[in-house]
Every structure is written in C-alpha cells, then in structure tokens.
Design a protein around this ligand. Structure first.
Ligand code: V4E
Length: 226
C-alpha cells in the first residue's frame, strides 16, 4: 500500500511554461468523473476517509497517521493519505469505520462479496452509502525526474467542471517510508516553480462542498478535517 504526500497550489496561467522550463515532461491529458460516497450523517468524511469511484475504479483515501519521526510532515503545507484500491479491502475498512454509527446495516460478509454484489453496488446500499459529490476533472500531468535518481515528482494541473482550477505536487511513498524526504522533495519542486506562500490552498472537494453542500462543509470545518 502506498501513501500519497501532496501539496496543492494556485495554478497561474504560465505554470505549463514553468514546468517545461525546469525539465518536467508532460505525460498526458485525461478527463475523469469522480463520485464520492458517504453515509447521510457523514460518518466517513468526518473521520477523514474519502471513498471515491473514478470512472469504474474504486479508491479509499485513509488518514495516514505518523508512527515514527520520519513519518511526520508539516500538515499546514502537505497532506498525506493512504490509498486503498482493492475493493474487498475498501469494503472491509469502510465497514469497520461505519460500524457503531450505522447500526444494523453492516451485513457485508465475505460470502456476499460476489462479482454480482459488487457490480450492482448492493454493498453501498447495505452500508447506507450515498453519493454526495460528483464532478468531472480535466487533468494535465507532468513528471519531473530529480537529480540523484530519488524518483519522480508528479505535478497535476486540474480543471473541475464547476469552474475551479488547482495544481498538485505529489510524491508516492511506500508505507513506512520517509515522509519527511517526500515533503522536502515537494518543497524543492515548489521552489523551482516559484510558488510562493505557506498558505493552505483549497482542493476541488473543499470548493465543491462549500458551494453546493454547505451543511456538510460546515461540519468538516468544525471537525478540522478541511
Ligand atoms: C477532500 C479530500 C480528499 C478527496 C480527494 O481530494 P484530492 O486529492 O484533492 O482529489 P484529486 O482529484 O486530486 O485526487 P487524486 O487524483 O490526487 O487521487 S482526500 C483528502 N481530502 C481532505 C483534504 C484536506 N484535508 N486538505 C487538503 C489540502 N486536501 C484535501
């Protein structure tokens, strides 16, 4: 399982020129629709779990807690989430997180996790999960190979269909890996791109919820999730 360490930034109009000038390579453009799911009382997101279906692929982003010093990062600047993509694992984690909060609705046994069960998305109904956000993103992705072969830093430039643009600098770290080094590499990339400020930049979800789901947004702000 990998941990995604990420920093968002404001996308200025000259960002693609800056990326090309520092030697980053465009690896393509894509368009995808995301659907995010939660219980009606926001059990998952209020615990910072983000369940999403991107086109046909499921993903659960889970908070990645620091257990050792190398896993600590400055959370004012970067976020870190564990990414789970195996549907059975996703269902098991979601079931655990929802347990207690959605009494009597957790009949997601191993035997029930058949192909049909997954295809029909009956598991969502069993866990009382509903789609709370849906939007399409146009993405332009770049990778930057660092000197010294540390690996790749990825930069995504996103334009959401509700009129919001944001950039993300991202490094994937294997679980138990050095998060501080990931944050340092992100910081170096931000400097190369001349990105100023230590200010936290809103992601697509922040803006979407603020505009279209103010009750949900207020609860997440109060819980210090956003
Ligand atoms: C809102 C949120 C999550 C949902 C996904 O957010 P994000 O990474 O912004 O989406 P996207 O489309 O870029 O996904 P990718 O293609 O990178 O997988 S996951 C965590 N959060 C909460 C959150 C937060 N607390 N602070 C910030 C700055 N961003 C997100």
């Amino acid at each position: 399982m990998s941990v995604e360490v990420e920093r968002k930034f404001v996308c200025e109009s000259d960002i693609q020129d800056k990326l090309k000038n520092i030697g980053a390579v465009c690896i393509g453009q894509s368009e995808f629709k995301d659907r995010y799911y939660d219980s009606p009382d926001y059990t998952l997101t209020l615990r910072d779990f983000w369940l999403r279906k991107r086109e046909e692929s499921w993903e659960l982003k889970c908070p990645a807690f620091s257990r050792t010093d190398v896993e600590k990062i400055d959370e004012a600047l970067c976020t870190k989430y564990r990414e789970v993509t195996d549907l059975k694992k996703i269902q098991a984690v979601v079931k655990t997180v929802c347990s207690g909060a959605v009494e009597g609705s957790l009949d997601v046994s191993e035997q029930k996790m058949t192909d049909n069960y997954n295809k029909n998305e009956t598991w969502l109904k069993d866990l009382m999960l509903v789609c709370f956000a849906e939007y399409t993103t146009q993405r332009c992705s770049y990778v930057f190979e660092e000197d010294g072969g540390d690996g790749k830093v990825r930069v995504d430039l996103d334009q959401a269909d509700f009129g919001y643009c944001v950039g993300e600098i991202e490094v994937l770290v294997s679980e138990g890996g050095d998060m501080q080094s990931a944050q340092h590499r992100i910081q170096k990339m931000a400097e190369k791109l001349g990105l100023g400020g230590e200010k936290r930049i809103q992601g697509k979800m922040d803006v979407y919820l603020q505009r279209y789901c103010p009750d949900h947004y207020a609860k997440l702000i109060k819980a210090h999730i956003l």
